[in-house]
Design a protein. Sequence first.
Length: 238
Amino acid sequence: MTETTYLGLPLVQAAQAQKHVTVNEALTRLDAMVQLRLMAVDAVTPPAVAAEGAAYALGTAPTGDWAGQGGRIAVSLDGLWHYVSAAVGWQAWDIASGVSRRFDGTNWVEVGATTTPGGAYTRDEVIEFDQTLLGAAVSSDLPIPANTQVLGVSARVISTLFGSGLTGWQLGVAGSENRYGSGLGTALNSWAQGLTGQPVTYYSDTSLVLTPEGTAEFAGGVVRLAIHLSRIEPPRAV
């Protein structure tokens, strides 16, 4: 046996010269793989310059130096690419997306998603962003995504809302401007916890609408919005 079973770490052999080379290689691989952090998922093109220890989860048909290594993890060590095959259940932090992922044997799915062997999943998600309020009936910069089911929308005033005669505001969508709240506060740290009696399904991208109360327009201020939703995906193609 010349390497370990799961991580492929090189083992020191009996009477081996320069044992430190083998030990150091094993340590550098451990340094990259333990508390695994992925620079990218489904990557296909090697970077021109890779940081020492940088790890990439490869797509099915990578190119260049990664050719023929589809589905594996590429790790940059000592100026060379080393490859490791992930096992079902491995977890990693996806740096680009800012989410934890788990390997299901084929894909790196977000942790928190309930998945099947065929690739179907249900995933809970929160989309958070800051919205500046200026004008009347402000439509959100980011919409509720299509084909999602929203449990509710929450909000926090992070910069005091103001406007001549402004007494409060409503949070909802076009045609139901107060679905997620009305009479909401304008002071710093005022908040909204907009739950609905039943989850609402949106079949197309739908902007939130923030409407001033007591005046015709917002004159300024910022609200941090969070859309709490669920997504479903069918089994992957065969």
